[in-house]
Design a protein. Structure first.
Length: 269
């Protein structure tokens, strides 16, 4: 009888370790899961940066949101990432499609980012993108996003548009002037500079390991299956100390593997 209780005790301890290990792994996965890129957070981050330089807040424009979304969807549909499309469509085309009449306009792009703060920081770290964000002539901002597959990876295209609208009282007179570069800000951010590419592609390395989460999941399922098997053996009086040690080692390896995948995918612990 004492032997039976002893084995049941071992089984309970093993289950406790299994539950604790699973909870730890779940916490790691939750922590490693990337936060979504949120349009309102991008606007807030942009305005926070402007305030730090004593610049006026940008007002979010529904029309610029529409123009930005049109551009994001076009990049996704035609599988490109550039200010000018492969067919030669310029950024200004999308302003016109949304019927946004402007005196000044600018565009920032991003792809393969999974967190709003990370994206804003990347834009601010790029001189050309920062110039758009800190341009005191702009008064409005719009954000557009499109999620889908690009270069074999599930990702999100982000388009940030800036504009200074033509005053309503002058829109009729200014229509003929919108086709001249004088009323557009063609900064170096329109032609993506090398440092901009480096900044934008900072998280592209995650594409080198697209199947890592799948591999970890398969490993975890195997580990849990083995643990359950050992648990059943313990309840049927076939449990050994070696089996318990094996389960503990497998759980430790599972947690270590999740930590490694987190570092591999996010670059941080």
């Amino acid at each position: 009888m004492n032997t039976v209780f002893k084995k049941i005790g071992y089984a309970c301890i093993m289950l406790a370790v299994l539950i604790a290990g699973s909870a730890s792994i779940f916490a790691i996965v939750q922590k490693a899961s990337p936060a979504a890129v949120v349009a309102s957070s991008l606007v807030q981050g942009t305005n926070t940066a402007r305030v730090s330089e004593n610049l006026k807040l940008l007002t979010r424009s529904a029309v610029l949101d529409k123009a930005a979304t049109l551009k994001a969807n076009d990049m996704l549909q035609h599988q490109y990432f550039a200010h000018r499309s492969p067919s030669g469509v310029t950024p200004w085309h999308w302003f016109e499609e949304a019927h946004y009449k402007y005196l000044r306009a600018g565009e920032n792009l991003a792809v393969h980012f999974t967190a709003s703060t990370e994206l804003v920081d990347a834009w601010l770290a790029s001189p050309s993108h920062r110039a758009n964000i800190m341009n005191g002539a702009y008064t409005e901002i719009g954000i557009g996003m499109a999620t889908g597959t690009f270069e074999g990876v599930q990702t999100t295209f982000v388009v940030q548009l800036f504009g200074t609208p033509v005053p309503a009282s002058k829109q009729g007179a200014a229509v003929g002037l919108l086709d001249t570069n004088e009323y557009r800000v063609v900064s170096e951010s329109i032609d993506v500079a090398p440092d901009t590419l480096a900044t934008i592609e900072r998280t592209v390395d995650t594409r080198k390991h697209p199947y890592a989460p799948i591999a970890v999941t398969v490993f975890l399922i195997g580990a849990l299956s083995l643990a359950i098997h050992v648990c059943i053996r313990c309840l049927t009086r076939s449990c050994t100390r070696t089996s318990l040690i094996m389960v503990a080692v497998i759980l430790a390896l599972s947690i270590a593997l999740f930590v490694m995948v987190r570092i591999m995918l996010t670059g941080v612990l």
